[in-house]
Design a binder for this molecule. Structure first.
Ligand SMILES: Cc1ncc(COP(=O)(O)O)c(C=O)c1O
Length: 376
C-alpha cells in the first residue's frame, strides 16, 4: 500500500510494535534499545511512574494554555531549576528542541542588540530558521531559506586561539553542545569550553549550552556543561525531559530574565499540564533512583571493555557515546541488529552512537559487549 507520509526519513531496518523497559518488540523479535529513541527514551518504555503521571494528569486537567497560572507548571519549573546548575533559575517552556534554541538565540540578539552568532563546527541545533542557521553545513545543504536571520560564524572544535580571536564585541552569543550528538558524541575539551565562556564574559556575549541531547543526566551530570565547570547564560533542554512527550525548556539566569517582559516570548502548548507533570516526574525518578550514578557505572563498563571486536576507540560521555569502528557505522548497525541490539549512526561514517535509556542494566551492557566481540 502506498504511504501518505512525506518521504523524508530513511527508516532504520527494524519496526517496533511496543516497548517495555529498555527493550523494543516487533516482528516477533526482542531488541535492546541502545539508540533510546534518539536520546528521548531516557526512562525507557512503559515506565510505571510515567504512565501513572500521564493518566492522573489527563484525568485531572488535560490542557490549559499560558493564559492561566498552573501549579503543575510552577512545580515543574521549580524542580527543573533545582536540577540545573545554580544560577539558572528561570524557565520558559516550549515544545521542541529547535524552538528552545530559536528562543535562546532570539533573546541573545535582542538583549545584546548585536547581529552575529558563533557556533562550533560540526554542531547540530535544529531545523527552524535560527537553529538551523547555527547548525554546521545546513546552509548549502537543506537550510532552504534565502538568508540566515543573523550573521553566523563557526569556531573549529577545540581551537582555543580561534575562539579567542572570533569572539569579539560584535557577537551576541556562542551556542555549543558540550558533547556534540549528531557529530558522533564528540565531547568538546573542557578547557575549550572554559575559554569560550571566559571570552564571552569579556566581550559581553552570551553563552548558550544546547543540552537537548546531552542533558537530563545523560552525560553523567545533570547537564554536560557541568563537566567543564561552567555555568552558561542560557541552557536548552528537550528530548528526554518529557520521557517521550513532546516538550522543551529554556533555562536562563536571573540577569537575563529581568530584561524580558510580557509578550517577548510565547507559545500555545509549551508548559501545558501533561508536559509539566511529566517533566516533574522525570526529574523525580532520575533523582530518586540515582540514575546518574547508573549512567556513570554502566558507561565505564563499556569503556573498560574497549577496544573490542570492530570497535577501536570511544568518544563522548556517559550514555552519549560514539564508538569508532573499523567498519562503517551503517554495517555495524545491521550486524548488531542481527544480534538483537539497536544502535544509532552519526554524521561521522565510522562512528556509531549509543544513547540508551538511563535505566540500562549491567546485563544489557554484557549483551552489547558479547555482540561486539562476535562481530568481525
Ligand atoms: C543537540 C540538538 N539540538 C537541537 C535539536 C533539535 O531538537 P528537535 O528535533 O526537538 O527540534 C537536536 C535534535 O536532534 C539536537 O540533538
Amino acid at each position: 500500500m502506498a504511504s501518505h507520509l512525506l518521504d523524508v526519513y530513511p527508516y532504520l531496518p527494524f519496526k517496533p510494535e511496543r516497548g517495555e523497559g529498555v527493550c523494543l518488540y516487533g516482528g516477533g523479535r526482542k531488541i535492546i534499545d541502545f539508540y533510546g529513541g534518539h536520546a528521548v527514551a531516557g526512562l525507557g518504555y512503559g515506565h510505571p511512574d510515567i504512565v501513572r503521571t500521564l493518566r492522573e494528569q489527563a484525568e485531572t486537567l488535560f490542557f490549559q494554555s499560558n493564559a492561566v497560572a498552573l501549579d503543575v507548571r510552577e512545580d515543574a519549573a521549580r524542580r527543573l531549576a533545582g536540577f540545573a546548575p545554580a544560577g539558572l533559575d528561570t524557565v520558559f517552556f516550549g515544545n521542541s528542541g529547535a524552538e528552545a534554541n530559536e528562543n535562546a538565540l532570539r533573546i541573545a540578539c535582542r538583549i545584546s542588540g548585536r547581529g552575529k552568532v558563533l557556533a562550533i563546527e560540526h554542531g547540530f541545533h535544529g531545523r527552524t530558521a535560527a537553529a538551523a542557521a547555527v547548525t554546521w553545513s545546513a546552509v548549502g545543504k537543506w537550510y532552504g531559506f534565502p538568508r540566515t536571520p543573523f550573521d553566523v560564524g563557526f569556531i573549529p572544535r577545540n581551537d582555543v586561539a580561534a575562539a579567542e580571536r572570533l569572539i569579539d564585541d560584535s557577537v551576541a552569543a556562542v551556542i555549543l553542545e558540550p558533547v556534540q550528538g549528531q557529530a558522533g558524541a564528540f565531547d568538546l575539551d573542557p578547557a575549550f569550553v572554559r575559554a569560550i565562556a571566559a571570552a564571552c564574559r569579556r566581550q559581553g556575549a552570551l553563552l548558550i549550552s544546547d543540552e537537548i541531547q546531552s542533558g537530563m543526566g545523560r552525560c553523567g551530570k545533570p547537564f554536560a556543561i557541568e563537566l567543564a565547570g561552567v555555568t552558561p547564560d542560557l541552557l536548552t533542554i528537550a528530548k528526554a525531559i518529557g520521557a517521550g512527550f513532546p516538550c522543551s525548556a529554556l533555562l536562563m539566569t536571573r540577569a537575563i530574565a529581568v530584561q524580558l517582559k510580557h509578550g517577548d516570548l510565547g507559545t500555545t502548548f509549551g508548559g501545558g499540564p501533561l508536559a509539566s507533570a511529566l517533566m516533574n516526574t522525570v526529574i523525580e525518578v532520575i533523582e530518586r533512583d540515582r540514575l546518574i550514578d547508573n549512567v556513570r557505572a554502566r558507561s565505564q563498563e563499556i569503556l573498560d571493555a574497549l577496544p573490542l571486536g570492530p570497535v577501536e576507540a570511544a568518544q563522548g560521555k556517559g550514555f552519549l557515546l560514539g564508538l569508532r569502528c573499523k567498519r562503517p557505522a551503517k554495517e555495524m548497525l545491521q550486524a548488531l541488529l542481527d544480534r538483537g541490539i539497536l544502535v544509532g549512526t552519526s554524521a561521522d561514517a565510522n562512528v556509531m552512537r549509543l544513547l540508551p535509556p538511563l535505566t540500562l542494566a549491567r546485563e544489557h551492557v554484557d549483551q552489547l559487549l558479547n555482540a561486539l566481540a562476535d562481530i568481525r
